[in-house]
Ligand binder design. Structure first.
Ligand code: URA
Length: 230
């Protein structure tokens, strides 16, 4: 990372303010006054301003138990977003890893590590997700086979990738999918002649929603949880 960017991120100031500090000779790298704002800062190098050692803020990785009724967005002019559940200083830093519909609850990930979220959301990795759905009608008998074969959704040319269904009772199921099309689960059940009454995400890849998190609560991921996804 360039020196001016490093200073801007670690001191919470703008890049031009960082360059001013460099021009004034206030910044040292490895004990030597640094003059070049574009010079890269190596991982092992120490950047100081006077006696103060400048360090990059460590990235944050959060899981949130999303309630229904909040938008999965970082900002919206009219409606409350999931970021309203976080303290302002965290909300200002993070972005969402994928989305849930306003009326879907459950596991949502947030981070300020763009490379991590990109890997998780990338269709290349096809990380599967499990949802619990309440249905309006008892599910048709051949649902398993039709979901495994792939369904053609309205206005789409490609069938869905194979999905796995587990019946919990006549009108409650678990479904695992490895894509993220618009309203995908709701549209899949519509294609089976049914209607989703409620939808809750309980798993992304190997990461399960913490059963101890009440609706609307969040916590940081452990290192193992972070690493099990990407
Ligand atoms: N599928 C949906 O239909 N909605 C969601 O929020 C997530 C998956």
């Amino acid at each position: 990372m360039r020196l001016d960017r490093f200073i801007s991120q670690s001191a919470g100031i703008s890049r031009s303010q960082a360059r001013l500090l460099i021009r004034r000779g206030e910044i040292s790298v490895g004990g030597e006054v640094a003059k070049d704002a574009a010079r890269p800062v190596g991982e092992a190098e120490t950047v100081t301003r006077g006696d103060l050692c400048l360090e990059l803020p460590r990235p944050v990785y959060l899981m949130l138990n999303k309630p229904c009724g909040l938008l999965s967005a970082t900002e919206d002019r009219e409606q409350a977003t999931v970021l309203s559940l976080l303290p302002p200083e965290l909300a200002a830093r993070v972005h969402l890893v994928g989305r849930l519909d306003k009326d879907t609850s459950g596991l949502l990930l947030l981070t300020d590590d763009g490379a991590w979220s990109h890997r998780i959301a990338s269709p290349k990795h096809a990380i599967d997700k499990t949802y619990v759905a309440e249905l309006a009608e008892p599910l048709v008998e051949d649902a398993e086979q039709r979901l495994a074969a792939g369904l053609l959704l309205r206005n789409e040319a490609q069938p869905t990738k194979p999905a796995i269904l587990e019946r919990l009772c006549a009108t409650q199921v678990k479904i695992s999918i490895s894509e993220g099309r618009y309203h995908q689960v709701r549209r899949m059940f519509a294609a089976l002649g049914n209607r989703v009454l409620s939808l809750h995400r309980e798993r992304i890849g190997r990461l399960h929603l913490d059963a101890g998190l009440q609706t609307g609560q969040w916590r940081e991921l452990t290192r193992e949880e972070r690493d099990c996804l990407a």
